[in-house]
Design a protein around this ligand. Structure first.
Ligand SMILES: Cc1cc2nc3c(=O)[nH]c(=O)nc-3n(C[C@H](O)[C@H](O)[C@H](O)COP(=O)(O)OP(=O)(O)OC[C@H]3O[C@@H](n4cnc5c(N)ncnc54)[C@H](O)[C@@H]3O)c2cc1C
Length: 464
């Protein structure tokens, strides 16, 4: 068996782990589990090829707030390989301070960042390299990958070769049935695109992992099964809250000054990258504890800008000019959330409604850090920072990073999964993906998604 042809041919009881979703989270989890001989079934709404009708029918959304009407829907691709079909491949680990509100630390995840780099076929140096920059700041490049890994192509063998991983395509999980005591999931409803439905009973010892994307994981936990009033795992009304993106403010400031402001070069094995500067630990605490990545994009001097001309003359050739693109963290707010809409997708799952605003608590720390950078270069007589106010207070764009909707925490009253990514109360239900991020940092999320998924695999096999 490899790809299972239809629901009627499925014998779900023979798998140790059932995984919902075949994106980077689902495939990396299956990769690590299958390497340890654990049998897995991946259940995926999409087909091997992208299909626009499926995409539209399953991701229609009622969007409120920042980031645009189609933003979340366009960043949740329903096909084998999930959203990796379109992702850009930028990778960086989160920083130690990004984990301050998490129940785990960077040390817990560090070995798995290396596993994630291996899965993505990137040099492990991307997880450790950074360099000192100006006082208060450090240089941290983000790896960029042209021709980023498409997990649907990379894991084609799951469809074609007999092995410990089988795949059911064109099938959507629509309900999770809790047992009477609401401490385990007892069954699932599956819906095939031709309209066939089947109820699956989870046997003792079998575990279910939701890897359905930042929206999909919340959708499944928000949806009450027939005969119940509350979705599995949503007993404390936390599912869908803390929705986060990485607000992008492109060309929002300029750094002009002496040539020594040029960022250092990472080692050659690092590969292609964007140069970012970020606050160091002390500056991070001073400017509001949000992570703000400032990408430096070198450009020509603006000949009509009198200050730039003055500085260029003053530094007499020893001069560089950068535009600054901001990619920032936003605070985890309970009011930024995903809820269920009245209309349903073809599988009968309620579609989603989103509310997400990047407010002054996102933007003010960005002003603060840019002003600190400006003060630093000015007092050292190295140059100037110019802030383009209007760009910074305009609607941000986003990276397609859907985070926080089933947040990790020790306290079940304010989180959905525990430090092992297990849904509080439920002994056999786990979540993989950026929905478990407690906070978002400013690094692109997929490297961390893969690190967490492979850590979860080790937990499920008793190795972590
Ligand atoms: C244009 C774009 C550029 C991006 N660039 C980057 C980047 O440079 N760096 C980076 O780190 N990240 C980037 N991202 C984000 C990245 O794609 C995601 O972080 C990543 O794909 C998430 O992986 P995942 O497996 O958690 O979810 P997904 O990849 O979204 O996969 C979820 C899968 O679950 C399936 N599914 C959902 N619900 C169900 C259900 N009920 N039943 C069955 N199946 C279901 C879906 O069909 C889908 O295939 C980008 C995203 C976009 C859109």
């Amino acid at each position: 068996m490899a790809q299972i042809s239809s629901l009627s041919a499925l014998d779900a009881s023979k798998y140790d782990i059932l995984i919902v979703g075949s994106g980077p989270a689902g495939c990396s989890l299956a990769d690590r589990l299958s390497a340890k001989g654990v049998s897995c079934l991946i259940i995926e709404t999409g087909l091997a090829e992208y299909n626009q009708d499926i995409q539209t029918a399953y991701t229609a959304m009622d969007t409120r707030g920042h980031f645009g009407d189609q933003h979340w829907a366009q960043h949740w691709i329903r096909a084998f390989g999930g959203t990796s079909m379109v992702w850009g491949g930028w990778c960086a680990p989160l920083d130690e301070q990004d984990f301050e509100a998490w129940p785990i630390t960077l040390s817990d995840l560090r070995p798995y960042y290396d596993v994630a780099a291996d899965i993505l076929k990137l040099d492990r140096v991307i997880n450790s390299y950074e360099a000192a920059y100006l006082p208060g700041f450090r240089f941290k490049p983000f790896r960029t990958v042209y021709g980023a890994m498409r997990f649907g192509e990379e894991y084609q063998s799951y469809l074609t070769q007999t092995g410990p991983v089988d795949v059911l395509l064109g099938v959507t999980v629509s309900d999770l049935q809790p047992n009477e005591g609401r401490d385990r999931v007892s069954g699932l409803s599956l819906h095939q695109s031709d309209g066939t439905r089947r109820e699956i009973t989870l046997r003792e010892g079998q575990r279910l992992v939701l890897a359905a994307g930042g929206m999909g994981n919340a959708q499944l936990l928000l949806n009450p099964a027939p005969g119940t009033e509350t979705g599995v795992g949503n007993e404390t009304d936390q599912v869908g809250r803390y929705l986060m993106e990485h607000p992008h403010y492109i060309n929002t400031a300029a750094l002009v000054g002496r040539r020594r402001l040029m960022p250092p070069e990472p080692p050659a094995n690092f590969g292609d990258y964007v140069p970012n500067i970020l606050a160091d630990r002390a500056m991070h605490a001073k400017t509001g504890k949000l992570s703000v990545a400032m990408e430096l994009v070198e450009r020509e001097i603006n000949p009509v800008d009198r200050v730039e001309r003055y500085l260029s003359d003053k530094y007499d050739g020893d001069f560089v000019t950068y535009n600054i693109n901001i990619r920032s963290e936003m605070p985890a707010s309970a009011d930024n959330r995903v809820t269920l809409a009245p209309s349903r997708d073809p599988a009968g799952l309620p579609l989603l409604k989103t509310m997400c605003m990047a407010g002054s608590d996102t933007v003010r720390p960005i002003f603060d850090i840019l002003e600190e950078l400006g003060k630093t270069v000015l007092t050292r007589n190295e140059g100037r920072v110019f802030i383009h106010n209007d760009t910074l207070v305009s609607n941000p764009s986003g990276g397609g990073h859907t985070m926080g909707t089933t947040a990790m925490g020790d306290d079940a009253r304010i989180s959905v999964v525990n430090r092992d990514c297990r849904v509080h109360r439920y002994s056999n239900l786990y979540v993989a993906g950026s929905s478990v991020f407690t906070t978002g940092g400013s690094a692109n999320p997929t490297l961390t998604i893969i690190a967490l998924a492979t850590r979860l695999a080790d937990h499920l096999t008793g190795a972590a």
